[in-house]
Design a protein. Structure first.
Lengths: 370, 209
């Protein structure tokens, strides 16, 4: 036999075997995986969806424009896509169990990427998920906050509104450009006043070679288009009267700008101390805004701390790491709450320092940005 | 030692005994997970809970048994006659993936209880290397016929179940212990796996074949 014949036999039989198997699967999928049309009733009939059965609840809802937050994309490993299934769901699956507490199971909470739509269902989705949408807005202004952080203000499309809870974030799209072959999304906390529903402010720090930040710093122009979706996240002020400690440096200030604006609007007078960590004076941002908040909110104190102040800075304020300064201010944190925003390293260090002063872990809230 | 004595006393050609030896060898001395470290990813991910470990283990037994049989037949009656044995790797992968998908759809449609007990694990093991390993290793064994291959598949599956159940038992205990932060999760699990593996390699000193 010649080499050509051997080659033909090899390729031919491989194709044939794969072909047979593929046909078998297609036929099986057609006849076995057909659950017909199913009706999903969301929040007591607030919304009725007619969908094709057979796929997971997560993907089915996504196709219908209802985005359930999910970090792992449906592999059942993150446990974020929780929602309540009151009717039409199978018994709790072993792949869901690790993510659900006993109370949640009693409440019919399910991991919706693991269950399939096969019959009519009744589900309950947190109200705020309805508001997750994609917006095709525009860039209204770009302001330099310091040498590597910009405040970008986006305008929503005419007639649309975005309701955020202070602390939530949106995902900004970096479209295709020179170094970026495909659009990607990056999450940024919203910094704007929650009462201003037609604008979204984001604090964006330049990450060397970062796809999205490079786009914002080099390609984004005032007046140009911008695509973002949201709001996401459950980082928000608790509904207690406990005294609060905020810790964040750099662009991590964003959610606190929004939270402080909210406290000012609502006249919330919980005691707050905000520790802002920076290297030198040139890294500090929004000092005027903070001064204004200190005047408007009686119980608010802003404490900038410099770890490597330049001799030229003539710095009179606190020096040292932000955690050290915080420890200097408080001896006992057991009855207080902490809110953190920043890199995983900064958050981990802060959690250690806070718990070291007696703070309970369940009273520490944070947004980690890798 | 026990096996060796039994094997010597019995008729060398006794068919059921031969199958028993293949089965035990595959499950214990040649345990695919502990002596070859195949199928680690689902092993590490699922061994956190006893219940899920058992479910996944049974699914693995089912799939290794059937795919060993199917792949043996394909090898003997398709690949060898055509002289394309060198394609075994790719064809076995395709066959396993298709088989798992098909079985999942069938049980999902016809038996809901079985599906919830077993079927949901099937997608997790479509690309489990232990299953491909079983199909490839059985070809290296001398003189295996159809039934020997099926038994080898079942034995390997049982060995995998045994390993993951042992691990789940240990991990449920370790959960309470103070493990250094850097070792938590996969780190300590891999170390424990290594220790169990040593014990299992000890088995191979007991029989020679």
């Amino acid at each position: 036999m010649s080499n050509l014949q051997l080659f033909a036999i090899g390729v031919g039989s491989l194709c044939l075997i794969c072909g047979i198997l593929a046909v078998l699967l297609v036929i099986a999928d057609r006849y076995l995986n057909d659950y017909g049309e199913c009706k999903i009733s969301v929040n007591d009939g607030e919304k009725e969806l007619n969908v094709k059965g057979g796929s997971s609840v997560l993907t089915t809802l996504k196709d219908e424009g209802l985005f359930i937050p999910s970090a792992c994309g449906g592999r059942g490993s993150c446990g974020m896509c929780k929602l309540q299934v009151d009717a039409g769901g199978p018994p709790v699956l072993p792949t869901e169990e690790p993510h659900l507490s006993k109370e949640e199971m009693a409440d019919n909470v399910r991991i919706c990427c693991q269950i399939k739509v096969r019959e009519d269902m009744e589900i309950r989705v947190p109200e705020e998920l309805f508001s997750i949408k994609e917006y095709e807005g525009s860039v209204e202004s770009i302001t330099d906050l310091n040498h590597d952080i910009k405040l970008v203000r986006f305008a929503l499309p005419e007639g649309e509104e975005l309701n955020i809870i202070p602390g939530q974030y949106v995902q900004l799209q970096a479209p295709k450009y020179k170094k970026n072959p495909e659009p990607v999304y990056r999450a940024y906390s919203v910094a704007s006043d929650p009462l201003d529903k037609t604008h979204v402010d984001l604090c964006i720090r330049l990450v060397p070679n970062g796809i999205c930040t490079t786009y914002v710093f080099e390609h984004m122009k005032e007046g140009g288009p911008a695509v973002f979706n949201g709001p996401y996240g459950d980082f928000k002020l608790s509904e207690t009267d406990k005294e609060m400690v905020f810790i964040a440096g750099g662009s991590g200030m964003a959610p606190f700008l929004s939270m402080l604006a909210h406290m000012k609007n609502e006249g919330i007078d919980r005691k707050v101390t905000y520790f802002f960590g920076a290297r030198a004076k040139r890294d500090l941002i929004c000092l005027d805004e903070m001064k204004a908040f200190e005047e408007a909110i009686p119980n608010f104190t802003f404490v900038p701390c410099l770890s490597e102040a330049d001799p030229d800075d003539n710095w009179q304020g606190e020096t040292g790491l932000v955690t050290t300064v915080m420890e200097k201010f408080f001896d006992d944190l057991s009855d207080k709450e902490a809110y953190l925003c920043g890199s995983p390293g900064m958050i981990d260090a802060s959690v250690v320092a806070l718990t070291g002063r007696g703070m309970k872990e369940e009273n520490i809230f944070y947004d980690k940005f890798a | 030692m026990f096996l060796a004595t039994v094997a010597q006393q019995a008729e060398p050609n006794s068919f059921p005994l031969q199958l028993l030896i293949i089965f035990l060898a595959a499950a214990l001395t040649d345990n695919i997970l502990l002596t070859r470290f195949l199928g680690m990813c689902s092993f590490l991910a699922i061994s956190r809970h006893m219940k899920t470990s058992i479910g996944l283990g049974i699914a693995v037994i089912f799939v290794t048994t059937f795919t060993a049989g199917i792949n043996f037949l394909i090898y003997k009656y398709v690949l060898v006659p055509l002289g394309i044995e060198y394609l075994q790797l790719i064809i076995f992968i395709v066959v396993i993936a298709a088989f798992v998908q098909l079985v999942e759809m069938i049980i999902e449609r016809f038996s809901q209880p079985l599906y919830f007990a077993l079927g949901i694990f099937l997608p997790l093991i479509t690309v489990n290397c232990a299953i491909l390993g079983v199909s490839l290793f059985m070809l290296n064994k001398q003189g295996y016929g159809f039934w020997q291959s099926v038994t080898f598949g079942a034995g390997s599956g049982v060995g995998w179940l045994l390993a993951i159940v042992l691990m789940a038992g240990i991990r449920e205990k370790v959960k309470e212990d103070k493990v250094p932060p850097g070792l938590r999760g996969s780190g300590i699990t891999l170390i424990i796996t290594g220790i169990i593996a040593l014990a299992f390699i000890g088995f191979s000193g007991m029989i020679k074949f």
